[in-house]
Design a protein around this ligand. Structure first.
Ligand SMILES: Cc1cc2nc3c(=O)[nH]c(=O)nc-3n(C[C@H](O)[C@H](O)[C@H](O)COP(=O)(O)OP(=O)(O)OC[C@H]3O[C@@H](n4cnc5c(N)ncnc54)[C@H](O)[C@@H]3O)c2cc1C
Length: 503
């Protein structure tokens, strides 16, 4: 029977965690020499001799993008082939050495950094495109390909990736699959559970599972690949991805709307849907606090007119086949919104050039980074009914006020933005610094609220190490028990990303 010990999570929220590492051992100098023999052409980064890297040189692998989660790995390997990954993993299995698979390390829940001194297997060197079929649009790529580089590869071929996110310049397709990343195109192209057609995965004992199918239809029993989509590296290491890429739209337009208050957003959404129907590809929301922060950190204010006390903003994008047709629809839409009796919008800007189009998107995509310049941010990525976004933000703000941490006491701002069209709110609490007092003021209250709405505590970022102790707010006992059985079935020795997702 597993015994438990009491720990404080990186967010400061108390929870219990079984003795995950008790049957696992740390790497030694001899082990690292052996790993080097598996990877003769790739330098290992290790504090052990003969590599003698400093702790600082391992810092970017031991720390996440937000600088919130910190591990103590002594060694990072960067294999170049599936065979090399398989050999390393097999050795770890035999020797009971824990592994953290790592992609671009842009994850926001601590899944990609060690909890202790696990071996980091970084996939950055597995960055080759294996094939692209221009007829079907099916791309097969190694897992370490950076999302943006895949988009650049596809652009001259008239295709796009079915997902796009603010971290595209660093995140890798293997990381995207492993987190089941959502992002800015989900409204149009659906989730990776639909667009990923096949995967190649190195299982915890080193076996290579080849499910790299390039067919759209395959009803030959259990669809094993689905288990690895969103598994956050707890069931195996994704080394190859086969993905359906849509044809690039011929006409792209976007519009930024300033909206007097939140109550107008649902009528706007309905109006937008009615006018744009099949060409609507994004409907993103951000509140005034998010807008002010992103403008404060370098983004030009987009509106020429005074926006008064507009409380929210909507970025909507259309992508279609014929520019004139789409522009006609958008002009009709804007006319309807401007002249609505309910005063649905304060004002709006329609991008007039590729530069304006990009700068409207840059504003929305820049919010996450702007928050890092404002302070240390507690990020909650929740699914709730879209109409309740404001109520939830307000409830948390008032709760923090009642707890005496806002507006004085460490919390600088409570704000929301996100994928309104998908019911996905990014609720962010910006603080002077991470502290157990603030963390325990926010959690578990935020999860209780989500549970009240029967929502999800993680719409797209995953569970990582941050939310293992609160999974029960979204997954019942039976679901958790089956998740654990699946984890144990694949990884009975518990070497694959221990302490993440399900413990
Ligand atoms: C500015 C910014 C904007 C973002 N916007 C979005 C957004 O809109 N939507 C969204 O969903 N996320 C978003 N994210 C979060 C993050 O970018 C995604 O989760 C992304 O998919 C992580 O990819 P990565 O390669 O960086 O993975 P990492 O951070 O390296 O790893 C994430 C998890 O996947 C595992 N993993 C990584 N690679 C592999 C592999 N090859 N095999 C098995 N497991 C692996 C890791 O162990 C870890 O558990 C954003 C992050 C930032 C910093």
């Amino acid at each position: 029977m597993l015994r438990s010990l009491r720990i404080i999570s990186p967010s400061g929220f108390n929870r219990t965690r079984p003795r995950l590492f008790s049957s696992l051992r740390s790497l030694t100098e001899q082990d690292v020499s052996h790993l080097a023999s598996i990877l003769p052409s790739t330098p290992i980064i290790s504090t052990f001799s003969p590599f003698n890297n400093s702790k600082d040189e391992l810092d970017s692998f031991n720390t996440d993008w937000m600088k919130k989660y910190h591990g103590n790995s002594t060694t990072v390997v960067k294999p170049r082939s599936t065979e090399e990954v398989s050999q390393i993993v097999h050795w770890c299995w035999e020797n009971r050495v824990a592994i953290v698979p790592q992609g671009g390390n842009t994850g926001l829940v601590g899944g990609g950094v060690p909890l202790k001194d696990e071996l980091v297997i970084n996939l950055g060197n597995m960055n080759k495109i294996r094939s692209f079929d221009p007829v079907s649009g099916i791309l097969v790529a190694e897992s370490g390909c950076v999302l943006e580089s895949l988009s650049e590869y596809l652009a001259p071929k008239g295709h796009i990736m079915p997902l796009d996110l603010g971290a595209k310049g660093s995140c890798q397709i293997g990381g995207n699959v492993s987190t089941n990343a959502g992002g800015l195109r989900l409204l149009r192209y659906g989730s990776l559970h639909g667009s990923v057609l096949g995967l190649e995965v190195v299982l915890p004992d080193g076996t290579i599972l080849d499910q790299l199918s390039t067919v759209r239809k395959d009803n030959t029993g259990y669809d094993l690949k689905q288990l690895f989509i969103g598994a956050e590296g707890t069931l195996g290491i994704v080394t190859g991805v086969s993905i359906l890429t849509p044809a690039a739209p011929k006409a792209l337009n976007n519009v930024l709307l300033a909206v007097p208050n939140f109550s107008k957003i649902i009528p706007i959404f309905r109006t937008v849907r009615a006018h744009t129907s099949e060409i609507l590809s994004a409907f993103e929301f951000f509140d005034r606090t998010a807008y002010e922060i992103v403008c404060r950190h370098g983004h030009r204010r987009p509106f020429q007119e005074d926006i008064g006390d507009a409380q929210c903003f909507i970025l909507l994008e259309t992508s279609g086949g014929r520019k004139e047709h789409d522009e006609e629809k958008l002009n009709d839409l804007l006319g309807t919104l401007m002249n609505s009796e309910e005063n649905l919008i304060t004002t709006g800007v329609l991008a007039q050039s590729p530069f304006q189009f990009a700068s409207i998107w840059a504003m929305r995509e820049g919010i996450t980074e702007a928050l890092t310049k404002e302070g240390k941010t507690y990020k909650y990525d929740i699914s709730i009914p879209s109409g309740s976004f404001k109520d939830v933000i307000d409830e948390i703000r008032e709760h923090l006020r009642a707890q005496g941490v806002y507006p004085e006491g460490g919390v600088k701002a409570v704000l929301g933005y996100g994928h309104f069209g998908d019911g996905n709110l990014h609720l962010n609490v910006v603080t002077d610094g991470y502290s157990p007092k603030i963390a325990s003021a926010i959690e578990p209250r935020i999860y209780e609220i989500v549970s009240r709405y029967r929502g999800s505590i993680s719409a797209e970022h995953g569970i990582g190490s941050h939310k293992t102790g609160v999974l029960h707010y979204s997954k019942g006992e039976v679901s958790r028990a089956w998740m654990k059985k699946i984890k144990d079935l694949f990884d009975e020795r518990g070497i694959m990303n221990p302490g993440k997702v399900i413990i």
